[in-house]
Design a protein around this ligand. Structure first.
Ligand code: AHR
Length: 661
């Protein structure tokens, strides 16, 4: 591991902030980025509790019975692919067939008393059970005279925490059974299962048994949405104070091959019509968290959506030929028409309305592809620069002139961004790299409008490239360096659309990427916030709408060890954000705001970390190594605030009152 430089003690840094000049920044500041990585969609923010609920599979991840077990020895489970006219839907051809081994032909077990059969699901590494309303449904094929029972049970003791009966019927074809379960008590842990059972004697055709599919169970969701999102994780995301949501990726948008990209039209509509996809992060995805769910997520957290549209590049490096771009363009335009088109006059707007969303959404930002400079380079990137981006951009500019188009590479990746468009920059760096490039955005012009669509410290200083391992969690020095990077972006807010950490979420039971802001498991009580979460949340909470020039006296250190930006909020309060790096000593600061009177009050929040700069918030110990201290400070003569910022700290000062600019 590399070491941070240890500079000697520094003398007070005197800064004065002007009340004129600076630049007006765009309203978008900090955001969230989401794709289904780290089981952060299925098994994460998407609140579905049943794993492998519809036996979805692909060439890469064939359908299977993972997570399902028989209720007991009497229940025989078989995964079956049904013919098109027999299957629940063409999207979900597989289902589970259950027969009683005591009634299947040739069975020696003819014990008529042993009548219960059923299936058991162990959830996404457990199921959180507490006294609250769970809503569920399953599809069943085959006649049954009797009652189904659904229950939530302990996997260890078999204790039943809650159960409900559902009436069977003698019909033959697929039909949906809906139910609610209200457990009477909270389970001691999440080692629980969901069970559907019935009386084998009541099954009309005992040899054939029953087929079940799309077996689903949801806890209460954020804002009570059907097919919605996990409350605790949405709450944690809300605490990040983001203002935009970039989705659906990330690599997930591109897919592994040209056939397996994120097909928006397969993510909408009833769940039984969603086939799922071979995820790019080593697991099959249900696509229950689809395009509409992403829009509702944005709506419910007041976020501006940044919609990534497919641009014809796969992660295996293949890309669509110029002569075939017609369908790629139409497909992307249709997606935006689906979201924004009039419900009566546009074909895709009509489809949206039929799905229950007549009111068009507003989409101000569309990103063309994801990291098109990377996969299959140099040919993939060349094709993007030569025709994929220009063709898509032109089509969008023509049909949707008000939408801000974002290219998936940035000027920092060697992309010349055409006038009117923006680029997307994804720095995954070491702390020192973030700090030494503090001035990188200063050279941008407004024609180089840039989104920071993904960013984080990933390796310690001196750390190796992508073949080496990442840090196990965001760590304090890495998070401080991210703050300095964000401050460098905020100093150039008029050229930066916004910034988001990526990826945001990580299920601790199966993950592919360790640097995340939020860690989670089945138990909401285990959700933890990384060191970077605290840093990004603090900076995002105080939005600078207009940067203001800061001057340091001649000879004062230039941004080392104190990195800062100052400005005014929308309402006119004064904001100062700063971070200390490259110092073992506290840095005294004297900060004078022009136009702020003596005695003015401000709140000063300072984040500090542990003495071990590599320490992180470990979800297994649940110790938060970040200390947050907020105090009220008062301005002295000429509106001067004096305070001291510790080594490796991040701070925000905001005045209580607003002042004229
Ligand atoms: O955030 C994880 C991955 O990093 C994203 O999918 C991709 O865009 C980037 O390379």
């Amino acid at each position: 591991m590399g070491l941070l430089l240890a500079l000697p003690a520094v003398s007070a840094i005197n800064l004065s902030v002007s009340s004129t000049g600076g630049n007006i920044t765009t309203p978008i500041a900090y955001g969230l980025m989401h794709e289904d990585i780290n089981n952060s969609g299925d098994g994460g923010i998407y609140a579905e509790l049943i794993a492998n609920r519809a036996f979805q599979g692909s060439e890469k991840f064939p359908s299977n019975l993972d997570h399902w077990t028989p209720l007991d020895d009497n229940s025989k489970l078989t995964l079956r692919k049904l013919a098109d006219n027999q299957a629940l839907s063409s999207a979900l051809p597989y289902s589970v067939n259950v027969v009683s081994s005591s009634s299947s032909s040739g069975s020696s077990n003819k014990n008529k008393k042993d009548k219960k059969v059923g299936i058991v699901n162990d959830g996404y590494w457990g199921i959180d059970v507490r006294p609250q309303r769970y809503t569920g449904s399953f599809w069943v094929k085959g006649g049954y005279k009797g009652e189904y029972e659904v229950s939530l049970r302990s996997k260890i003791t078999g204790e039943i925490f809650g159960k409900t009966k559902i009436k069977g019927d003698k019909k033959e074809g697929w039909r949906e059974k809906e139910f609610e379960i209200w457990p009477e008590k909270k389970a001691a842990n999440t080692n629980n299962t969901f069970v559907v059972s019935w009386d084998a004697e009541g099954v009309k055709d005992k040899e054939k048994g029953l087929d079940l599919n799309l077996i689903s169970l949801f806890p209460p969701t954020w804002k009570g949405r059907k097919n919605g999102l996990r409350v605790d994780l949405m709450k944690a995301l809300e605490g990040l104070h983001g203002t935009f949501l970039r989705f659906p990726g990330g690599n997930m948008l591109e897919g592994n091959t040209l056939d397996t990209f994120w097909k928006w039209n397969e993510t909408i509509g009833p769940l039984k019509d969603r086939p799922g996809m071979a995820g790019v992060w080593e697991y099959q995805q249900t696509l229950g968290l689809g395009l509409i769910e992403y829009m509702l997520w944005a709506e419910d957290l007041n976020l501006e959506p940044i919609v990534g549209v497919y641009a014809g590049l796969a992660l295996d490096g293949n890309f669509v030929a110029e002569s075939d771009m017609g369908w790629v363009v139409q497909y992307a335009l249709d997606e935006i028409e689906f979201l924004t088109g009039d419900a009566k006059t546009t074909p895709w707007g009509k489809v949206r309305a039929e799905l229950g969303y007549p009111k068009p959404w507003k989409v101000k930002y569309v990103e063309i592809g994801n990291e098109d400079w990377l996969a299959g380079r140099p040919a993939g990137f060349e094709s993007y620069k030569k025709y994929r981006f220009p063709i898509l951009k032109e089509a969008f500019n023509k049909k949707y002139p008000d939408i801000q188009i974002i290219a998936s590479p940035s000027v920092f990746d060697g992309m010349e961004i055409p006038k009117g468009a923006a680029g997307d920059y994804h720095p995954y760096l070491t702390p020192d790299e973030f700090v030494t490039k503090f001035d990188r955005f200063d050279a941008l012009t407004r024609d180089n409008l840039t989104l920071i669509g993904e960013a984080s410290s990933v390796h310690p200083n001196g750390g190796i490239g992508w073949d080496g391992s990442l840090m196990p969690f965001p760590w304090w020095a890495g998070s401080v360096a991210e703050a300095i990077f964000l401050i460098s972006a905020e100093r150039n807010g008029d050229k930066i659309i916004g910034a988001t950490y990526a990826p945001g979420l990580r299920n601790m039971n199966r993950w592919q990427w360790s640097m995340t802001q939020i860690q989670h498991a089945a138990d909401p009580g285990l959700t933890t916030l990384s060191t970077s979460y605290h840093v990004w949340a603090l900076l995002a909470k105080h939005i600078i709408r207009r940067t203001l020039p800061v001057t340091a006296p001649p000879g004062a250190p230039n941004f080392n060890p104190l990195y800062y930006v100052a400005g005014a909020s929308e309402k006119g309060t004064r904001i100062f954000k700063a971070s200390v790096y490259n110092s073992t000593e506290p840095v005294p600061v004297s900060l004078q705001f022009e136009g702020v009177p003596k005695g003015a009050k401000a709140s000063l929040t300072v984040l500090t970390g542990p003495s071990d700069q590599y320490a992180y918030n470990d979800p297994f110990t649940r110790v938060n190594v970040v200390k947050e201290d907020t105090k009220v400070v008062r301005a002295g003569e000429k509106g001067t605030f004096t305070f001291s910022l510790p080594a490796l700290s991040v701070a925000v000062l905001e005045t209580e009152d607003r002042y004229r600019l």
